[in-house]
Design a protein around this ligand. Structure first.
Ligand SMILES: [Zn+2]
Length: 128
């Protein structure tokens, strides 16, 4: 059905049809949100959790590389331990356990990583 046909059909829908269409739409929306939530939880379950000295939960994240050339040169090379909520990503902000923080030339931390953190300075900070 083309766009105009859809509009026309919408205009000729009865209230019941419209309600059914809306209910169906909302059900699918809720299903996809639920699916995303489950996938997110599964990812978080696979990612190692670290505990900082102050008791804060932390995750492995790498720092995005330079924006200027679009080259994420640090990607996958050094995973820091970053104590922040399990948000998708954090555009900037936040410090790793070793003190590393996204600077002017980074867009911030990646999403949580499944691979174990390998920044020796971060690991030293949480080990003792
Ligand atoms: Zn580090």
């Amino acid at each position: 059905m083309g766009f105009f046909a859809a509009i026309t059909k919408c205009g000729t829908m009865t209230d019941e049809e419209r309600a059914a269409w809306r209910a169906d739409y909302e059900r699918r929306e809720a299903e996809s949100r639920e699916k995303q939530r489950i996938e997110r939880e599964a990812l978080l379950a696979r990612c190692p959790t670290y505990v900082l000295k102050d008791g804060t939960k932390a995750r492995g994240r790498y720092m995005f590389g330079r924006l200027s050339n679009g080259n994420e040169s640090d990607k996958g090379t050094r995973i820091h331990v970053v104590g922040m909520e399990d948000r998708w990503s954090c555009g900037g902000g936040g410090k790793a356990a070793c003190g590393a923080a996204p600077g002017k030339r980074s867009v911030g931390w990646s999403d949580v990583q499944e691979d174990p953190a390998n920044c020796p300075r971060c690991l030293a900070k949480i080990a003792s």
